[in-house]
Design a protein around this ligand. Structure first.
Ligand code: FAD
Length: 517
């Protein structure tokens, strides 16, 4: 009865607006508002889920949550908002794994993209096409990458570039870029999309690609949800390996570490076989609760004493894929590759795992953290892109000057380089302004009573970089003022604004990013 009551309220709300704004309706208000109203929810459960995200720091309560069962529903909602004298904002929400309210709206409507799955039969919104020369997957924007992996593996195929965590939505990662250890070779996920279906901020349903409606295609990729809602993406696939050599190399010298990382990402041809398939890196800091579970138990003591000795150890994490046909020479290939690398002798650790286990390594950690009640906690994250020429300064000023000294870090600090040539500058996504740039991520997990210390540390990092002239950009950016957004987009800012005028002139979509609202 509560549901009926809240639905009745919504019908009343929509009717009020419809009565006031009847002159501007383009479709039959009675029919449309009833259909929309039956899919809008205001119950505490829906509102509370839509008012938080993985960050657990920012909270905004929407007026209602929309459960679309078709693309047409989404288009109708957007058109309805546009038809009003004062349109309401619409926040498309994938998995809500943002950390700063990006998929929220105050008083507007959150579109729960997951509901699209319920309007179709299970699995219907992932279609793998393997015939022809170029295999691809047609995937609903609400689908999660893990399901795309499972569906494509059935055909012996796989997407080429992965985020570290696979329970993120297609639309959510394509709105940022989607980076990971394979990006040095294949570029980010946005570089591996052939075509999109998008519902624009005007409610138009458009199929776009580099050839067709390319302005929308390039706008949406890395567009932070500002121009349209992705309802389908055609994603590049390639042959799937079966096994992975998963390796970690230890360094106490930052210059050697970064030189070796850059050497490894120089093997970047799409069909390259001499290099590795994945390159990332992270810091190991002298902290209580250091996660050493990757390493054999007999080695853990010497690792601990190494970290205690230096305070900070840099680790290159790499992977080499193989299958039956390459099994015979994979170890030889790796040996050759490691010649000349300057990691600390005897501090090389290796696992041999299945491809799925490797890709789902963060999910394994998630299950553990959930058990301990440590998954749904505040995540004051900061993701930066740093030009190669300034990464040593960054190490001095930030890693050694702040992270090591303050000893506050709780969670992972990632650092790995990417090749800018693999990104398409026509897309909205922003990179640091050099041929090679580093992604640096401070992925803190904190308590509910101390996350502010980490937010303050993040601000300090931004300030010291600005003072030292380090030309950083943010990835999954978080800004409060128009000036900051203009600086983030740099030469692309004007175009970004023009695209907003063109595709979402009433500034309806994704207000949680705080760019135009
Ligand atoms: P949401 O939080 O739901 O939405 C994010 C933004 O995208 C919002 O502005 C929203 O309005 C918009 N949006 C959502 N769906 C659509 C759609 N269909 N069409 C248009 N806009 C849409 N990122 C990486 O690149 N690499 C990583 O390795 C990586 N690892 C991560 C690990 C974890 C544990 C977490 C929590 C995040 C990680 N991220 C990583 C960041 C992640 O890619 C982004 O936060 C992404 O936006 C999350 O997807 P989501 O479905 O949760 O998006």
């Amino acid at each position: 009865s509560y549901l009926m009551f809240s639905k009745a309220l919504i019908v009343l709300w929509l009717s009020c607006i419809v009565v006031t704004e009847a002159g501007s309706q383009v479709w039959s208000p009675i029919q449309a508002h009833k259909e929309l109203a039956s899919k809008l929810f205001r119950d505490p459960m829906n509102l509370s889920i839509a008012s938080t995200d993985y960050g657990h720091i920012t909270h905004h309560t929407p007026f209602a949550v929309f459960a679309p069962s078709s693309i047409r529903d989404i288009a109708n909602l957007i058109k309805f908002s546009n038809s009003l004298h004062i349109p309401f904002t619409i926040a498309q929400r994938g998995q809500g794994h943002s950390v700063n309210g990006q998929s929220m709206t105050s008083n507007g409507v959150v579109v729960n993209m997951n509901e699209l799955n319920n309007g179709y039969r299970n699995g219907e919104r992932i279609i793998i096409v393997s015939k022809g020369r170029i295999p691809f997957a047609d995937v609903g924007g609400e689908q999660i990458w893990n399901d795309v992996l499972n569906a494509s593996l059935k055909f012996g195929l796989t997407p080429l570039i992965w985020t570290d965590y696979l329970f993120l939505s297609i639309g959510g990662t394509l709105s940022n870029a989607g980076v990971g250890g394979q990006a040095f070779r294949f570029g980010p996920q946005i570089s591996n999309v052939y075509e999109l279906d998008v519902v624009t901020g005007k409610g138009d349903v458009v199929t776009c690609s580099a050839e067709k409606h390319s302005e929308l295609f390039y706008a949406v990729l890395g567009g932070l949800g500002q121009f349209g809602i992705i309802t389908r993406a055609r994603i590049a696939l390639g042959p799937a390996p079966t096994r992975v050599k998963w390796i970690r190399l230890f360094y106490n010298n930052f210059t050697s570490f970064s030189k070796d990382q850059e050497h490894l990402i120089s093997f970047s041809g799409r069909n390259e076989t001499n290099g590795t398939d994945y390159v990332e890196g992270f810091l190991l800091l002298d902290q209580p609760g250091m996660d050493l579970s990757f390493y054999p138990v007999p080695d853990q003591a010497r690792i601990t004493s190494l970290v205690t000795q230096y305070g900070i150890i840099y680790i290159i994490e790499l992977a080499k894929y193989y299958d039956n046909s390459s099994q015979g020479h994979v170890d030889q290939d790796l040996k050759r590759l490691f010649q000349g690398l300057k990691f600390i002798p005897k501090f090389i650790f290796q696992k041999d795992v299945s491809y799925e286990e490797f890709l789902n390594r963060v999910h394994a950690g998630e299950l553990l953290l959930r058990k301990q009640g440590l998954w749904d906690v505040p995540h004051p994250w900061l993701n930066l892109l740093v030009p190669r020429s300034q990464i040593s300064d960054f190490d001095q000023i930030v890693f050694k000057g702040i992270i090591l000294k303050q000893n506050l870090t709780a969670g992972l600090v990632l650092i790995y380089p990417m090749n800018r040539s693999k990104w398409d500058d026509k897309m909205s996504a922003v990179t640091a302004d050099e041929d090679v740039f580093y992604g640096v991520s401070f992925l803190h997990s904190t308590g509910f009573n101390n996350f502010e210390e980490f937010l303050a540390q993040n601000q300090q990092i931004l300030h010291v970089c600005a003072d030292a002239g380090i030309r950083i950009k943010q990835y999954v950016p978080q800004f409060k003022t128009k000036e900051e957004w203009a600086q983030q987009f740099g030469p692309k800012w004007k175009l970004f604004q023009q695209r907003k005028d063109q595709f979402d002139p009433n500034r309806i979509l994704s207000p949680g990013q705080g760019i135009f609202n």
